[in-house]
Design a protein. Structure first.
Length: 236
């Protein structure tokens, strides 16, 4: 695949946030006020579906990608690969994939649950000015396979960690991110002409949100409430 403005790899991403190993830095102290702000950040991060169409500066998107690249990765393999989806015909192919996958998902529900599903807005592709596909390079030589012998899925989890960092970094800047998972991965891969060994991890809609909410949309619309962390924790 020829590298263009639509593809960014760890080898070519400029990351001014990463200090050189030889630098002697004093670690920061995160005081109580910062700790509370961080909790607020987690609380106010939303999976955005409703975007304004205002364009985002290219520097902001490149900055988010650079910050995502600070994520931890197994063996420091940095498997994440980003594709900026700009071409209208490529966006349409992925939008059509959503329609097919969404109908298949709807067919699995019945009665009131099906009616509720049909009422949900599950993508923001028609309004979001930026669409970003995130892949994991399953054949990366970086990291020399460290930490993946018995858990090869750690490579994909590493790419997920990068997505989460991008999500939080965006929220800090007042930028919304929506993760569209109701897609046909093979169709997305073909539409974007990426290598077959790149596994689709996330398709992100990015832009300024129409509104901010502290309560998740699926909670507000009665699909699924938050689960008490105590019900998700065991002691052995």
């Amino acid at each position: 695949m020829t590298q263009t403005d639509d593809t960014i790899s760890p080898a070519t991403t400029s990351n001014s946030h990463t200090p050189k190993g030889s630098e002697n830095l004093t670690p920061p102290v995160f005081d109580h006020a910062f700790q509370q702000q961080f909790i607020d950040l987690l609380l106010w991060r939303r999976d955005v579906r409703r975007f304004r169409t205002d364009p985002l500066p290219k520097a902001d998107i490149d900055g988010l990608i650079a910050e995502a690249c600070l994520a931890p990765s197994v063996g420091n393999c940095q498997p994440w690969r980003f594709v900026k989806v700009n071409a209208p015909e490529r966006r349409k192919a992925i939008r059509d994939s959503f329609e097919r996958a969404n109908q298949q998902a709807l067919d699995d529900y019945h009665g009131e649950r099906a009616r509720l599903y049909a009422s949900l807005k599950l993508q923001g592709m028609d309004q979001a000015p930026v669409q970003l596909a995130v892949f994991a390079d399953e054949e990366t030589e970086a990291g020399m396979g460290l930490g993946r012998k018995t858990m090869p899925e750690m490579l994909d989890y590493s790419a997920v960690a990068a997505v989460q960092l991008l999500w939080l970094a965006a929220r800090v800047k007042g930028i919304g991110v929506g993760w569209v998972s109701i897609l046909e991965p093979k169709t997305v891969q073909q539409a974007l002409e990426v290598p077959e060994h790149w596994r689709l991890i996330a398709y992100l809609c990015i832009g300024y949100p129409e509104e901010d909410h502290v309560v998740p949309e699926l909670v507000r619309h009665g699909w699924q409430d938050r689960i008490d962390p105590q019900d998700l924790t065991l002691e052995r």
